[in-house]
Design a protein around this ligand. Structure first.
Ligand code: GDP
Ligand code: MG
Length: 180
């Protein structure tokens, strides 16, 4: 079976856990001493969706503002995106809108998933779950997940959900291409 490469991006402010989520998803480990992402980093994982096997290529961008100039390169060619905030830092939730706007400007319409990370720090939560869910619905996200990269809670679900949505779109596109 042909292995299709699918590029997806991880968007969100620095320190929300993007690299930790990607590392847990692709390598199954949580690195306590995670280094600040410098520029763009890539992770890959082959996933079996039953009807399709895809190589998910996850692009991760350093959260610091000085890397923002890389955003167009970072986003170009992506078939979908996961937007991550930290449930204990509400400013990271507020910034999702900016990331979404930049992304839509470059990619147009694409499947996007919202993730509230650091669920293990529930007692320090500042972003209520229903607020996040309503926001996700209003802004056209296809799903909202709460995760903990640290405790490996729900980490696979958003990646698999996004991959399924993208593959569904690609199939729809293939079928359309065959129509006269
Ligand atoms: P990024 O800048 O978005 O890539 O975030 P990192 O993956 O580098 O994580 C930033 C910090 O948050 C690091 O100290 C991580 O160990 C920590 N971190 C990441 N995910 C979690 C999580 O689910 N729970 C907790 N408690 N800490 C996390
Ligand atoms: Mg990082």
């Amino acid at each position: 079976m042909k292995l299709t490469n699918i590029k997806i991006t991880l968007c969100g402010e620095g320190g929300v856990g993007k690299t930790s989520l990607a590392t847990m998803f692709t390598e199954g480990i949580f690195k306590r001493d995670m280094k600040l992402t410098v520029g763009i980093q890539h992770f890959t994982k082959v996933i079996d969706l039953g009807n399709a096997k895809v190589n998910l290529v996850i692009w991760d961008l350093g959260g610091e503002h000085r890397f923002r100039f890389l955003a167009p390169l970072f986003l170009r060619g992506a078939k979908g995106a996961i937007f991550v905030f930290d449930i204990t830092r509400d400013e990271t939730f507020a910034k999702i809108d900016e990331w979404l706007d930049i992304s839509r400007k470059i990619l147009g319409n694409f499947p996007a998933i919202l993730v509230g990370n650091k669920l293990d720090l529930e007692e320090f939560r500042l972003v209520p779950k229903d607020i996040a869910i309503n926001y996700a619905k209003r802004r056209g996200f296809i799903a909202y997940y709460e995760t903990s990269a640290k405790l490996n809670i729900n980490v696979h679900a958003p990646f698999i959900h996004l991959a399924r949505a993208i593959v569904g779109d690609i199939y729809a596109q293939d079928i359309k291409d065959f129509l006269p």
